[in-house]
Ligand binder design. Structure first.
Ligand code: BGC
Length: 486
């Protein structure tokens, strides 16, 4: 190591979290979880621990209706519409991706929901399905207070969304209103879920011990199955259940400054430059929306100190969001001998003059940032596993950082193993596309319950096979499920 490299190594050592720091984080997070769960402390707790209306995983076929469902997935850079067909415990799906432009992210809620309704129309129209009334599961990946399986109030936007008139509102109602404004499609929103819940439910179809859902993508969050006595905010009217999925919203861990001991000056800068300073502190150290930005801030400082790139930066390096998180995954996939991706990344951001030694240093910084992220997630996963005290649990994971980073899974698994109580065994599994598929599954369970309720009470079905033009698809679905059960 030359003199510059030694200095860079020293300057960025604060990014390495020692085991005793991670243990401290575990115990702080456990306190935050408990504060969120208790009625008395919840109002001021940053980690909200929202009880959902999902109380079981659909691990037996007779719990859901087979057939076709629509699923919407809103929560990151893109918006997706999925058509999902459930046959036995198999899921087949077709997906269409629609981008959410910055104007939409920063505009009015009405415009956002009108756009969503338009995408649903385009999706159905392309498949000649406009005339059918479809049951729908909505994955809405923002902090929401659930008021029912198909009713959820947004508490606060995250991940750079700022649409007006949505915070404090029931987002299913806003979606319905947008659909009514068009008057050319009909859907029945059966369920609204967070992406963590969707991921868990979808994985549970094949993995019977799956009780944790984790997202490490644009944002970060986890849900898990909690025993009902621990969830003080749970609606006591419902007495026949002993467990419920809790959406932790752990991305907000640290919003009361408890994580400051582990944060660096670069974390503070990224927070200050973000759309919501002071909020989602844990998420900002872990997720795809921010990791590239932390690397950029470090590289800017090192350039100013003349420790990299001969002291000569580039416009893109100096521009916020100029270093994508995907670059980290690419750079860390390189072998030291060729630096194939690193060279291309450097060229793309105007740093063609970077040397071999610069490549080494860029890779070191990327790896310190992604390792720190993986270790923080390990602290979170192990805290949840320790809290649940199940002998064996599958953790379902989705999200771009987890999926595309070459070592994230391994780092996460190894550190979780060190941090979890020795008697607790676990498995970490990719639940690809779980969030959208899970919403459809929850909708399928809700449809089944709705049908059973109808049959036992004689009431009108929420999901009734309506003849928009003699719809046959839903009727078939309806009959099939009735035959199965009764
Ligand atoms: C949101 C969560 C979501 C997570 C992952 C966070 O910003 O608050 O609701 O689960 O991102 O998408």
């Amino acid at each position: 190591m030359d003199h510059c490299q030694k200095e860079i190594d020293l300057l960025t050592r604060c990014l390495i979290l020692a085991d005793d720091q991670l243990q401290q984080i575990q115990s702080l997070l456990m306190n935050s979880f408990n504060d969120g769960l208790k009625r008395e402390t919840n109002p001021v707790a940053p980690v909200k621990m929202f009880p959902t209306f999902v109380r079981e995983v659909p691990d037996e076929k007779n719990k859901y209706v087979e057939g076709k469902f629509l699923a919407l997935d809103l929560g990151g850079t893109n918006f997706r519409v999925l058509l999902i067909e459930l046959v036995g415990d198999e899921l087949h799906h077709e997906t269409e991706i629609y981008t959410i432009a910055d104007e939409l992210r920063n505009g009015t809620g009405e415009k956002l929901f009108d756009y969503i309704a338009e995408c649903i129309f385009l999706f159905l129209d392309k498949r000649n399905l406009v005339e059918f009334r479809m049951p729908l599961g909505f994955t809405f990946s923002f902090p929401c207070k659930q008021e029912g399986l198909n009713s959820a109030r947004l508490t606060t936007w995250t991940k750079g969304f700022k649409c007006t008139g949505v915070e404090g509102e029931d987002v299913v109602k806003l979606l319905r209103e947008a659909i009514d404004r068009r008057n050319d499609i009909e859907v029945e929103v059966m369920a609204i879920v967070n992406d963590t819940t969707g991921t868990m439910v979808s994985c549970a179809l094949q993995n019977k011990e799956c009780r944790v859902g984790l997202i490490v993508g644009t944002g970060t969050n986890a849900c898990y199955m909690e025993t009902i006595e621990n969830v003080e905010l749970y609606n006591e009217d419902i007495t026949d259940v002993n467990q419920v999925v809790v959406n932790t919203e752990l991305g907000a861990f640290g919003d009361n400054n408890v994580l400051n001991f582990a944060r660096t000056r670069w974390d503070h800068t990224v927070d200050q430059l973000s759309a919501e300073p002071g909020k989602q502190i844990f998420e900002k150290m872990v997720s795809g929306m921010y990791l590239g930005e932390i690397v950029r801030c470090i590289l800017c400082e090192l350039t100013q100190r003349r420790l990299v790139f001969g002291g000569k930066g580039s416009v893109q390096l100096m521009t916020p969001k100029g270093f994508k998180t995907a670059y980290i995954s690419a750079i860390e996939s390189d072998s030291k001998d060729d630096y194939l991706y690193t060279r291309q990344v450097m060229a793309e951001i105007g740093l063609r003059h970077a040397t071999q030694s610069d490549y080494d240093m860029v890779k070191l910084i990327c790896s310190r940032i992604s390792t720190r992220a993986a270790h923080l997630v390990s602290a979170a996963v192990s805290t949840i596993l320790n809290k649940m005290q199940r002998p064996y649990t599958t953790v379902a994971v989705d999200g771009s950082v987890y999926k595309f980073h070459p070592h994230f899974h391994q780092l996460l698994e190894e550190k979780t193993l060190q941090l979890v109580k020795p008697e607790i065994k676990f498995d970490i599994k990719l639940s690809e596309d779980g969030s959208g598929r899970g919403a459809a599954l929850v909708a399928a369970v809700a449809t089944k319950q709705d049908i059973q309720r109808k049959i036992s009470t004689g009431n009108r079905l929420a999901f009734e096979p309506v003849n928009r033009k003699n719809s046959r698809m839903e009727l078939k679905q309806f009959l099939k499920s009735c035959n199965e059960t009764f």
